[in-house]
Design a protein around this ligand. Sequence first.
Ligand SMILES: Nc1ncnc2c1ncn2[C@@H]1O[C@H](COP(=O)(O)OP(=O)(O)OP(=O)(O)O)[C@@H](O)[C@H]1O
Ligand SMILES: [Mg+2]
Length: 340
Amino acid sequence: MTSVRVERLYKIFGPQPTEQVRRLDEGTDSADLPEGTTAAVVDASFSVREGETFVVMGLSGSGKSTLIRMLNGLLTPTSGKVFVDDADITAMSGRELRTMRQQKMSMVFQHFALFPHRTVLDNAGYGLQIRGAPADEINDRAREALGMVGLEGWEQRYPQQLSGGMRQRVGLARALAAQTDVLLMDEAFSALDPLIKREMQDQLLELNAQLGKTIIFITHDLNEAMRLGDRIAVMRAGRIVQIGDSEQILSEPADDYVAEFVQDVDRSRVLTAGSIADPSAAAPDGVAPVAATAPLRDLFDRIGRDGPLPVVDAQRRVIGVVTPQAVFAALSHRVEYEEA
Ligand SMILES: Nc1ncnc2c1ncn2[C@@H]1O[C@H](COP(=O)(O)OP(=O)(O)OP(=O)(O)O)[C@@H](O)[C@H]1O
Ligand SMILES: [Mg+2]
């Protein structure tokens, strides 16, 4: 399996980019750089673990696409390093980069990027075709991938005969057929209707429970980020301002920008019994426990009826107690962020 690590990554658009990196390093504010300069990614460092779904979230223009394009070498960083399996891709030649991409990373785009005059099957097999795989193998793997995304029977159709959701499934099948460890998904579901989007999210979660890929997923939709991400990196004006899991982002936002983002999140879906359990309280006798991973919304009925509930971990050991008061406090919690 493949991991991806980024060290002090910068991408500056405009004249004398390295000079601007130096100025940013010395503490100059991005807003004070010369006219015509955009600091699209500033001092980004993180590592994505093997098999992890790592979401990058932020408003439009915050640098998400620029960041993801540096991860597979489509864009060259102004400074900093990108390691894919411990190989520094910023030191690779164009040819080495192409090979690395073909073997390790596939990308799924927002607008599908399908070829209108190719069949669904040929679109799904495209990644294999450009790397010169034998025709039989391309066919088998493209068919298999189309099956995984629920498009069996559609192989001989053309993209314009498909709905938006189905087209994006073809895009996903193309990435899966390439059998790379890493999937890069840039707003892959953003153009879809809410219901279809949710279906695609479910399908990705389900597929990845089997495939265990390393996924780097970009979105500006926080609910999507929280559904899909093992961890979420929040970007603001080129900088990563916070990295954490959903609960950390929700309960300890790093600044006012993150706090504003999380205001509209349905906390009852994200916060779990485990996160608000009181470990020092005595567990009530004779009350059936709830799992630490249960979202608060699943506790409402029981807690209304039974009162405090014991919370158990995966080994069914009691780790604490949730009380109606704690649930109420967690859900009504307004994040107050004060500038330090
Ligand atoms: N090739 C380029 N030349 C100059 N500026 C660029 C270039 N590409 C991106 N930018 C600028 O860099 C900043 C970050 O852009 P980027 O596309 O990475 O943002 P994003 O977070 O992906 O936004 P969106 O959600 O709209 O896709 C923006 O200000 C953008 O205008
Ligand atoms: Mg973008």
